[in-house]
Design a protein around this ligand. Sequence first.
Ligand code: PLP
Length: 226
Amino acid sequence: METPRTPLAEIHARIAKACAIARRKPEDVTLVAVSKTHPAERIEPLLEQGQRVFGENRVPEAQDKWPGLRERYPDAELHLIGQLQSNKADDAAALFDCIHSLDRPNLVKALAKAFDKTGRRVPCFVQVDVGEEEQKGGCPIGELPALLAQARGADIPLAGLMCLPPQDIEPAPFFALLDKLARDSGLPEEQPLGRSMGMSGDFETAIQLGATHIRVGSALFGARGT
Ligand SMILES: *Cc1c(COP(=O)(O)O)cnc(C)c1O
């Protein structure tokens, strides 16, 4: 009898298949394992299986769970995928290796200050409000060029753009839009901007449309109790 594949192996196989169809290299797609709400005991098996990049959406929760895990897995990378309040910028800058939710001028200022203080400059994705849903956060598309210019001026390393499309409608047009915005927003002298897009239900579509970072939670950990 064959041993059943782990959820992680299953996701790797799906990423490989989506990349083959899109003629992309799997190593150009970073899997961010979204471990929010799950305790350290649920996260550790993924670390044991070799997963190294994880996403959390709340600063205090990550502060509770990750110092212990990081002692055992010093090369684990922690990404903040949830909205960030300016007054938590120092804590976020100290704890996270990447921030996916930079979305407004005040936060650029707060993060720039935090980075200046510690000398630790954390790569950031600018979250774009592709569905015009204010409550999710995200920079309005019309304000994106100014926000990117402000971030570059403040010496914030830009990893790319991030989106969280509206639920219950086909996400492909939103992914295509983010891809276009990322292509149009790069500077000639910098690496092409990344695209953080796609979750458990739609990451294959996101890979087809250029995702460089996919954020997958429930397909790896099972459903979250709320
Ligand atoms: C929770 C969350 C995810 C993961 O969602 P799943 O559907 O469980 O894969 C991805 N991105 C963000 C911003 C999230 O908050």
